[in-house]
Design a protein around this ligand. Sequence first.
Ligand code: ADP
Ligand code: MG
Length: 339
Amino acid sequence: MPKIILLNEDTACRIAAGEVIERPVSIVKELVENSLDADADLVNIAITNGGIGAIEVVDNGCGISQEDTPLAFHRHATSKIISSADLENIRTLGFRGEALPSIASVAHLTIKTRVPTNHEGFQMVIQGGQVLHNGPVGCPVGTMISVKDIFFNTPARRKHLKSKTTEGGLIADFVYKMALIKPQTKFIFNHNGREVFRSPGSGKLHDVLASVYDVRAAKMMLPITGEEAGVKIDGYISKPELSRSTRQHMTVAVNGRLVHSSAVNTALEQAYRGKLTVGRYPVAVILIWLPFKQVDVNVHPAKMEIKMENEEQVMRLVISAASRALRETNLIPCQSKLP
Ligand code: ADP
Ligand code: MG
C-alpha cells in the first residue's frame, strides 16, 4: 500500500463537488438557497443554453463582507452554524459550507458582492479553484454570482449532461417550485435573454399559483390547513378536475425547504383515492412546519431528502386536511364511482 497522505484542498473540493454539483440545476439550487439565506426578497436567475452555457444569480440580500468573501470559497466555511450542536436546530437552507468551493472548483466563477455598510463591493474571479483576481468593484448591495464553463475540468461529468432543453427544463421546474414555496420572494427567470417567468413576490401563494400555472388553474385550487401537536400544514391542492399525469406538480416544503417526500406524496394521493383515475395526480403545494428539532436535514449533500421524526403524524395530518378540503368542495365524482 502506498503511504497515506492528506489530500490537498483542491482535490478535496473536486471530490465534494461530485456530490453537491451534479448538473446545472444543482448550481442554481445552491446559489438560490444562498440568496434566500441572505434574506433576499428579489432573486434574479439568468441562464444560457439550459445552464450549460452560463448561470447567473443576482440577489438583493445582505451581501458578504470584503474579509469574508475569500473565506466563503473554503470548504466547510459557513456563517450558518458554529458547532455540531447547531446541527440539531438548522433554520437555514445551507449549513455545510460546501457549495461555493465546489462550484468554483469545477467551473469559472465570478462573484461581486456588497454589504449595506460599505460604499464599494468586492469581486473575485476563480477558475477551477484558482483565484485569478480579487479586489474592489462597484456594485449594488447584495450578491451576484456568475458561473460558466461548467465541468470544464471534469469532462466525464460534462459528457453526462442531457440536452440544453432537458437541463433548462430542470432549472425552470426548480425555479417554479421555489417561487411556490417562497411567495414573499420575487423570482425572475431568464433563459437566453428572454424572460420566462416572474413571480409576484406578494406573499400570497395563490398569486404564485396563477403565475406558475394560470389564472384558470389557480381558481381550481383549494386551500388546505391543519394543525396538530406542534405540526402545522397549509397550502393548496387541486380540485379533482385538475390533475396531471406525473407527480411532478406535487410540491412539498418542510420548514421552508423544498423536499422530496414520498410519505407526503402517498398521504396526498390517499386523500384523492376514488376521486382520480389511475395514473392521474393532483397539483399541490404543501407547506409543512415542524419543530426544527424533529427534522434531520443532514441526510444527503443536496439536502432534498430529510428525516421527519413524526412522519406518520405528518401523513395523518396531510390526509385529514386534504380530505376535508376535497369534501367541502362541489365534487364531480369520476365516472367509475357513479352508480
Ligand atoms: P453554506 O450555504 O452551507 O454556508 P456556501 O458554500 O453555500 O455554504 O456559502 C458559504 C458562505 O458564503 C455562506 O455561509 C454565506 O455566509 C456566504 N454566502 C454565500 N452566498 C451568499 C449570498 N448570496 N449572500 C450572502 N452571503 C452569501
Ligand atoms: Mg449554501
